[in-house]
Design a binder for this molecule. Structure first.
Ligand code: AQP
Length: 338
């Protein structure tokens, strides 16, 4: 089946399951801002319906939804240029998500490593929503016929499943209706790791606050967290290859590179032979310089939640205008009487 020409369109989201981390910033938001500068439509979503796949206290969910929206805006997402909204305001996500639950196969879901990681040994007791999460994510993307999805490394498998769902829908109904969305995973920090264990991803919901940098952390906290970050006794080498077996050291170099918009090779060349006593304070200073203007702007925005809600509501109206006709056609293709 040949793929018809779909207008390039960017979609991505972040779930308000806690405060934003440096991982969300470098792996996603910073890159969303870069893509906003291109020629295509950009839609950025606070995916609140994904957040409730695990328990969220209602007041925490409200705060985190506004905080993620504030994080987008403070980092440079312009609500006049990009469509910025929260997922639950556009019913097409849930509706198309159900249709895709009937397209996706249980065997496909069983292969999703994020579900395995999150459910762990407790798989019988987690919500059905956590299991079905990837088909809702496919709906998030395909409700807009989005073609490009900037994500961190951990979401690659879910974007690939989105392609499988689109393919199966197109094949089963003999149409060329849904595009093949491309995951865009670029830069030196596509997987920012936990500061206390370089083999685990930095997450909002990780157990200890010391394992992550929150976008709202102040200068002292950032300095303290980098100072206490796990490393090894060796100085930095002069090439990235020698960091292959040193995950914590590699992570700090990658973070430095992403924050300073350099390649990790350039960073390692600059700091070759340096010890942690030199590198960690330089990294902390850089992180404070980049994050503190964003966190001050986030606090300013968070002081006026009604304004954030107004921005998300306006964005949802625009999102709905794109998604509704696509949803309507999907229903028609499947044979629903409307
Ligand atoms: N550590 C990370 N490094 C690079 N990218 C990351 N992303 C998340 N963590 C890292 C990217 O941020 C976007 C939004 O992710 P999400 O919040 O919707 O889901 P997540 O990946 O499950 O994030 P968390 O922080 O790990 O949340 P919790 O702890 O609640 O599950 C995605 O593009 C993701 O790749």
């Amino acid at each position: 089946m040949t793929q018809p020409a779909f207008t390039p369109r960017v979609f991505s989201g972040i779930k308000p399951s806690g405060g934003l981390t440096l991982g969300n910033y470098l792996g996603a938001i910073k890159r969303f801002v870069d893509m906003q500068k291109g020629d295509c439509d950009t839609l950025y979503c606070v995916v609140d319906m994904h957040a409730v796949t695990v328990w969220q206290d209602p007041q925490d969910l409200r705060n985190a939804t506004r905080e993620v929206a504030a994080g987008f805006i403070a980092s440079g997402i312009d609500p006049e240029q990009s469509i910025l909204f929260n997922q639950s305001r556009v019913s097409a996500h849930a509706e198309l998500g159900w249709l895709f639950n009937c397209v996706a196969r249980v065997g496909w879901m069983n292969r999703m490593t994020q579900f395995k990681d999150k459910a762990g040994k407790n798989a019988e007791a987690v919500s059905l929503g956590l299991y079905a999460y990837p088909s809702l994510m496919a709906a998030d993307i395909l409700a807009y016929h989005a073609t490009h999805v900037p994500v961190g490394e951990d979401q690659k498998q879910h974007v690939e499943l989105t392609r499988d769902i689109a393919n199966k829908f197109n094949h089963d109904y003999k149409v060329d209706f849904f595009p093949q969305a491309e995951p865009i995973i670029e830069g030196p920090a596509t997987r920012v790791m936990n500061l206390r264990d370089g083999t685990k991803k930095m997450s909002k919901s990780g157990e200890s606050d010391m394992e992550r940098i929150n976008m709202t952390d102040d200068a002292d906290k950032i300095a303290k967290k980098f100072k206490k970050a796990k490393t090894d006794p060796e100085p930095l080498p002069d090439n990235m290859k020698d960091l292959e077996s040193r995950p914590e050291a590699r992570n700090l170099v990658n973070i430095y590179a992403a924050l300073s918009d350099q390649s990790n090779e350039a960073v390692i060349t600059e700091y070759a032979g340096a010890g942690w006593g030199k590198f960690k304070p330089a990294l902390a200073d850089l992180a404070v310089a980049k994050l503190s203007p964003i966190s001050s702007e986030m606090s300013r925005l968070m002081a006026d939640p009604a304004e954030i809600d107004r921005i998300m509501s306006k964005g949802a109206e625009k999102a709905n205008e794109i998604a509704q006709p696509i949803l309507k056609q999907a229903y028609e293709i499947m044979g629903f009487v409307r």
